[in-house]
Design a protein around this ligand. Structure first.
Ligand code: F6P
Length: 323
C-alpha cells in the first residue's frame, strides 16, 4: 500500500483530532502517502481529498471537533453513492481508508469493505453504543461536560429547593445518562433501556422531598420514552406530586464540542495509530477498539447495526446508590 486516506464521519467527538493525527503520523512513519477526506462520506463522493503531511497535524491534539470536518450523508446510503465513492478513491490512487466514527459510520465502512475496498474503522462516538469497543473516543470528555453541568445544576437546585431534569445525549443508548447520573449523584436516572413509569419517577422524587432533600437531580437520556421536557409535561398534566418545583434543562451539543480530556487524547492516539498499523498489515474489514485495556479488532460484519449493552454492574448500582 502506498496511499492511505482517513475520514471522520457522523457526530464529531472530542479526541477525533488525536486519532487523525495518529493515523497520519503512523502512516507517514511507514513511508505511506496520507490523504485527508473532507466532510466525511460526502467528501468521499465529491472527491474532496487533500494530501496531509506531518505539519498539517501540528497543534490539533488539544482541539475538539475534527479538522477534517464531518457530515451525515444520506447519499452514501445508496448503492450509486457508494459506487461513486469507490471510483473517486480508485481515481486518486488511494488503496485503503480509515473511518473514524460511530455506528452509522461503521455501517458505511462495512458496506465499502463488502465492495472490496480495504477499510479499517476506529471506534469514535460520544454515545458509547458501538459494539466492538469497551469505550469509544469522545465519551470521557462528553461525560465530564455533562458532569460539570450537573454539579452546577445541583447548586442552583438546592438554593431554590427544585427538581431539575437534565437531558443528556446518547441517541438510543443510555450510557451517558447512566454514567453522568451515577458520577453526579443523581436522585433518578431515566434510560431507554429500562422502561420506568413516570409515576414511579415522581414517587422517588417525592420520597426524597419528604425525607428533607434540598434538591432532586434527574438525569434523562434523550432516547428514553419521555425526554426531560416530556417528563415535566407528564408530571403537570397528570397532577403528579413531586414536592419540589421543577424545571428541565437540555445539555445538547455542548457535550460534543469540548476540548478532549487527557483520556480521549490518549484513546484517540492509541486507536488511530493501531488502525494505521492494522491496515498496513492487511487486516482490513475490522473495527479497532479496546477491551479490558487491550487493543482488539472486531470484524465490521459483527459491528454494523449492533448496539452494545449497558454495563450491568452500573445499571444495578444506579438503583442502589440513589438514596
Ligand atoms: O451520535 C452522537 C450524537 O451526538 C447523539 O448523541 C445525538 O443523538 C446525535 O448525535 C445528534 O445528531 P446530529 O448531530 O445529526 O444532530
Amino acid at each position: 500500500m502506498r496511499n492511505l486516506a482517513v475520514l471522520t464521519s457522523g457526530g464529531d467527538a472530542p479526541g477525533m483530532n488525536a486519532a487523525i493525527r495518529a493515523v497520519v503520523r503512523t502512516g507517514l512513519s511507514h513511508g505511506l502517502n496520507l490523504w485527508g477526506v473532507y466532510q466525511g462520506y460526502s467528501g468521499l463522493i465529491e472527491g474532496n481529498f487533500k494530501r496531509l503531511g506531518a505539519r498539517d497535524m501540528g497543534s490539533i491534539i488539544q482541539r475538539g471537533g475534527t479538522v477534517l470536518g464531518s457530515a451525515r450523508c444520506p447519499e452514501f446510503q445508496t448503492e450509486e453513492g457508494r459506487e461513486l465513492a469507490v471510483r473517486r478513491l480508485h481515481g486518486a490512487g488511494i488503496e485503503g481508508l480509515i473511518v473514524i466514527g460511530g455506528n452509522g459510520s461503521q455501517s458505511g465502512a462495512h458496506a465499502l469493505n463488502q465492495m472490496g475496498f480495504p477499510v479499517v474503522g476506529v471506534a469514535s462516538t460520544i454515545d458509547n453504543d458501538l459494539y466492538g469497543s469497551d469505550i469509544t473516543i469522545g465519551v470521557d470528555t462528553a461525560l465530564n461536560v455533562a458532569l460539570n453541568a450537573i454539579d452546577n445544576l445541583k447548586v442552583t437546585a438546592s438554593s431554590h429547593r427544585r427538581a431539575l431534569l437534565v437531558e443528556v445525549m446518547g441517541r438510543k443508548c443510555g450510557y451517558l445518562a447512566l454514567m453522568a447520573g451515577i458520577a453526579g449523584g443523581a436522585e433518578a436516572i431515566v434510560l431507554p433501556e429500562v422502561d420506568v413509569a413516570p409515576e414511579q419517577i415522581a414517587q422517588r422524587i417525592q420520597d426524597g422531598y419528604e425525607r428533607g432533600k434540598p434538591h432532586a437531580i434527574v438525569v434523562v437520556a434523550e432516547g428514553a420514552r419521555y425526554n426531560a421536557e416530556g417528563l415535566c409535561q407528564y408530571f403537570k398534566e397528570h397532577g403528579l406530586l413531586i414536592g419540589f418545583e421543577f424545571r428541565s434543562t437540555v445539555l445538547g451539543y455542548v457535550q460534543r464540542g469540548a476540548a478532549p480530556t487527557c483520556a480521549d487524547r490518549l484513546l484517540g492516539t492509541w486507536l488511530g495509530s493501531s488502525a494505521a498499523e492494522q491496515i498496513i498489515a492487511g487486516n482490513t474489514g475490522v473495527l479497532v477498539g479496546t477491551s479490558k485495556g487491550e487493543i482488539i479488532t472486531t470484524p465490521l460484519t459483527e459491528v454494523a447495526g449492533r448496539q452494545k449493552p449497558l454495563p450491568s454492574w452500573f445499571l444495578k448500582a444506579a438503583e442502589m446508590l440513589a438514596r
